[in-house]
Ligand binder design. Structure first.
Ligand code: GTB
Length: 216
């Protein structure tokens, strides 16, 4: 059964692969699962038809027969649990890998999102400039231990897994910020993830949507 993913018809990231359909596309490419994509405008995302699939009116959603999922982390975990290749077979290694998926979304990503949100929503506030270094220090306080734990390893815990897919996805949001410059092993880790053929295929697919929207 070919799953159906929803994604932005016109992503505000301008084809950089930062919207949250990217991790799902990447996971599907890693496991070799063909999929279809239904593109939505912002207005369509807020209509009852989509709200029935995603209560917050967001992308991505994932439909596979009778199964309907939202939340990119849950979708990636589902794909990893139902296909070979993204989760280790050993129960302890599998549990640790799932722990790292949560770490990516629940420990590393929140301060990154706070800084992004401040950049969008608080730019006009008198305290905006003063708050910047604080937001960056909070990110650094997560990057430093992550960098220490990764060390010289290629991936977080053994072979490439859904945890790396999710962690690289989260760290990519720092692209252009300079915040990874002090952590060469994390910058190399992101580059290793981006060099994977499955990442490249996922990236090209979402970039094609961006190009098509430009031409329309
Ligand atoms: N926790 C949910 C998940 O992981 O699935 C969050 C989903 C989410 O934030 N979706 C966003 C959305 O639908 C798109 S990806 N937003 C519309 C809305 O909330 O009304 C987030 C995103 C948007 C834009 C960029 N960008 O421009 O770089 C990056 C990421």
């Amino acid at each position: 059964m070919r799953p159906i993913l929803t994604a932005f018809a016109q992503s505000p990231d301008r084809g950089r692969g930062l919207a949250r359909d990217m991790s799902v596309r990447w996971a599907l490419e890693e496991v070799g699962q063909p999929y279809d994509v239904r593109l939505l405008t912002f207005a369509e995302m807020k209509e009852p038809e989509h709200l029935a699939l995603q209560p917050f009116g967001q992308i991505p959603t994932y439909q596979e027969g009778d199964l309907l999922l939202f939340e990119s982390g849950a979708i990636v975990l589902h794909i990893a649990q139902t296909h070979e290749g993204l989760l280790p077979g050993d129960p302890s290694a599998r549990a640790r890998t799932i722990g790292w998926i949560f770490a990516a979304l629940n420990t590393i990503e929140p301060p990154i999102l706070d800084r992004e949100a401040a950049g969008h929503a608080e730019r006009g506030e008198p305290w905006h400039e003063a708050r910047g270094p604080l937001l960056e220090r909070r990110i650094e306080s997560r990057l430093a231990p992550l960098s220490g734990r990764l060390g010289d390893a290629d991936w977080l815990d053994g072979p490439f897994s859904a945890a790396d897919l999710m962690m690289v996805t989260v760290l990519r949001r720092l692209g252009g910020s300079g915040l990874l410059d002090g952590y060469p092993n994390l910058a190399a880790y992101v580059a290793r993830g981006e060099a994977r053929p499955a990442f490249q295929r996922a990236f090209e697919a979402q970039y094609a949507v961006f190009l098509a929207a430009l031409r329309a």
